[in-house]
Design a protein around this ligand. Sequence first.
Ligand code: NAD
Length: 277
Amino acid sequence: MKVLVVGAGTMGHGIAEVCALAGNEVILCDINENILKNALSRIEWSVRKLEQKGRIKGADDVLKRLKTTTDLVEAAKEADFVIEAVVEKTEVKHEVFKTLDENCRDDVILATNTSTIPITDIAMATKRKDKVVGLHFFNPPTLIRLVEIIRGRDTSDETVRKTVEFAKSIGMDYVLVERDVPGFLINRINIRVFVEAIRLLEEGFKPEQIDAAVKYRAGLPMGLFEVVDFSGVDTVYNVLNEVRKRGFEVEVPGLLERMVLEGRLGMKTGKGFYEYS
Ligand code: NAD
């Protein structure tokens, strides 16, 4: 299968890697050549590391299956399945989906990795609303082998079924989200848990104490503050604001806003809830 991944940033490059590791041909498309170059070298580093650790064989073959482009129109003509992972802006998603709809074969499913925009809204930009579906990965997709498959108002049963098959074919476990609600399912829970963890912080606990408790006693794979530093404090702040705007009742902690203003964005700036050198 030829998978087109649109957007080669934080999520797009990881999604492309997962798809190529599973044996698919992958076209990774972005508007920015530098981001594409960066994405390829991150994927190469990761695939070679997997080979060194004996987790995969044939890193060269995996890398040969990946190509990059800035030409969405031409890439769309070749695709059998599309995963969109461009910036979280409705107008950009609409433009990308319109181009995809006009240039992909009629039978091709257009999946979006959006965290906060309703699938139903994204599908509006196309004439194939029945073939638009949410396929929401978690960061980093190479490690967190779970996706949410979200049904928009017009997504057909066949599209959901084929997307489930696709998710399984790339080695992902899945949660079916039958309602196109703000924040979908997993982030809704994560947000509540994380906001409560911030309350504990404000009551005098330390990030290390809370993370150790949830990791070593409650069995979560990563600490809550570790996840947020890894994903980006700004990313989480934006997700909270967006789902709130869309009707999910949540208080956006003032601490997060202060951290964003101070540039304490997590691992990418060397400082978040923890410090990195
Ligand atoms: P990012 O900013 O790292 O990457 C977005 C990429 O889209 C950039 O490389 C940008 O150049 C590219 N882009 C912008 N306009 C484009 C266009 N017209 N055509 C092709 N490429 C274009 O963002 P990200 O964090 O990877 O998020 C991407 C999507 O994934 C968003 O919808 C976000 O909500 C979702 N998501 C993010 C996370 C996360 O933890 N970061 C987790 C799950 C889902």
